[in-house]
Design a binder for this molecule. Sequence first.
Ligand SMILES: NC(=O)c1ccc[n+]([C@@H]2O[C@H](COP(=O)([O-])OP(=O)(O)OC[C@H]3O[C@@H](n4cnc5c(N)ncnc54)[C@H](O)[C@@H]3O)[C@@H](O)[C@H]2O)c1
Length: 288
Amino acid sequence: MGRLDGKRAVITGAASGIGEATARLFVAEGASVVLADVDTGRGERLAAELGERASFVATDVSSEADVTAAVATCVRVFGGLEVMFNNAGVPGASGGIEDIDVASWDHTLGVHLRGVFLGIRAAARVMRPQGYGSIINTSSVAAFRANLGGHAYSAAKAAIRQLTVTTANELGEHGVRVNAVCPGAVATAIFGRAAGLDGEAAQRTVGFITAALSEAAPIPRTGQPVDIAEAVLWLASDAASFVNGQAIAVDGGLLTGTPRRSRPVSTEELFALLRDAAEQTAGESADT
Ligand SMILES: NC(=O)c1ccc[n+]([C@@H]2O[C@H](COP(=O)([O-])OP(=O)(O)OC[C@H]3O[C@@H](n4cnc5c(N)ncnc54)[C@H](O)[C@@H]3O)[C@@H](O)[C@H]2O)c1
């Protein structure tokens, strides 16, 4: 028996990375899934591979009409909607605050915050009347701390976290739960995209990033998309039926702080240096 038997889901950003891993896991666990993404090539190939319980819909999440159509397709093709995973994302505007151009700020907020708003709204229009459903939004550890994403990206992810809270509060009494996942460093093409690479070139950087980010968190490995997919699956499933309004970090402990092993000087070394410093300046102290 699958953990999502019979559930119908829309997953945005499903053609790559976290969305792709979630789509694969959802289908393996018995769900039917609409894959919504701007990347038609990868999206259609994945839908073909996953078979009759997957359908690709070309979707720009910042377009009201596209998001409405993706949800309508799920209801029409699979007969309903129990799960909405608002996950599509871009690395977004980069640079210091004085240098960010307004168009790239708007694009970053448009894909992330407007995209999640449109996804929650479209899903709520189906789920509130039926009296059940689970909405999951992809926020980030960048919603909590600086330097884990650019200014626009981090602001959008924090706003997504709070939109999760306010909509969870409104929709809970109608049987609709809204939660967020906050991934840490996860090996996907998003880092290659941040470096200006597109398509398959960005995908080819995943191995490099797996090695490069392995020391970022207390758990000494880079996150894999399936790590996030498992948390999303749990939030989508009936096992999480009393979980509402949460932002769950899946980050190997990154938000707990710098790993002990990565501190420039260990505690023991620091204590030894302090004792040395006191000894070396003992004469000076006595003179003053
Ligand atoms: N990888 C990480 O370390 C990490 C950490 C925290 C949060 N996240 C978030 O996870 C989510 C998924 O990112 P990922 O790491 O899997 O990256 P990814 O680049 O592998 O996948 C992102 C997907 O979103 C799609 N997309 C981009 N713009 C879109 C739009 N306007 N409409 C529809 N689809 C669009 C892309 O085509 C791609 O398939 C994003 O919201 C990202 O911000 C990632």
